[in-house]
Design a protein around this ligand. Sequence first.
Ligand SMILES: CC(C)(COP(=O)(O)OP(=O)(O)OC[C@H]1O[C@@H](n2cnc3c(N)ncnc32)[C@H](O)[C@@H]1OP(=O)(O)O)[C@@H](O)C(=O)NCCC(=O)NCCS
Length: 172
Amino acid sequence: MLKLLAAEGKRERAMAPRKKLPVVLREITAETLRPVLKLSVSEEQKKFVADNAVSISQAYFCKQAWFRTISVGEKPVGFVMLYIDRKKADYDVWRFMIDQRYQKKGYGTAAMQQIIEFVKGLPRARALYLSHSPGRGNPAPFYKRFGFVHTGKMNEGEKVMKLDLGEEKARP
Ligand SMILES: CC(C)(COP(=O)(O)OP(=O)(O)OC[C@H]1O[C@@H](n2cnc3c(N)ncnc32)[C@H](O)[C@@H]1OP(=O)(O)O)[C@@H](O)C(=O)NCCC(=O)NCCS
């Protein structure tokens, strides 16, 4: 009887709709550092983004670096680093990646939507910039979905894109 009840419980759990875990931008902790360092894009994508170890090392020496894990629930699946200069109102996506095992599940989109909302709330935020290496599989089509457009300018061999954020968000 007990066995029967357990089996029934299992079946019900399997049939219940899976609760979707939220995508959250989290500060890196001692616990998440190693998992974040292990996140990686595919071989072909490596020309588009630096290793997270390199990014975090650079952040250590740059006051304007703002970096977070992209986590699904508690699990880190990606990494983002922004360049934030509040005085000059200069805001850039410096690094952005989703580990190859977790791509094409909507996590990149959910993270980018949150990043845009976050930047909109920064002082005199009128635009968000980024740049990407050219070549097959480059992320421009992904960024265009949010309204980023190529400016026609190049920065250290990378194509610059800009997202117009419109009017500054009113702050209380
Ligand atoms: C770009 C990246 C962050 C997107 O993350 P993701 O979680 O896979 O994105 P999503 O699942 O939210 O994708 C949303 C849509 O964009 C599309 N897309 C994602 N990356 C794309 C790319 N490089 N080229 C064309 N389309 C892309 C997806 O196919 C998907 O389309 P669909 O809704 O029609 O299926 C991820 O592919 C990545 O880490 N790439 C390698 C590193 C990189 O290029 N970083 C940017 C540095 S500037």
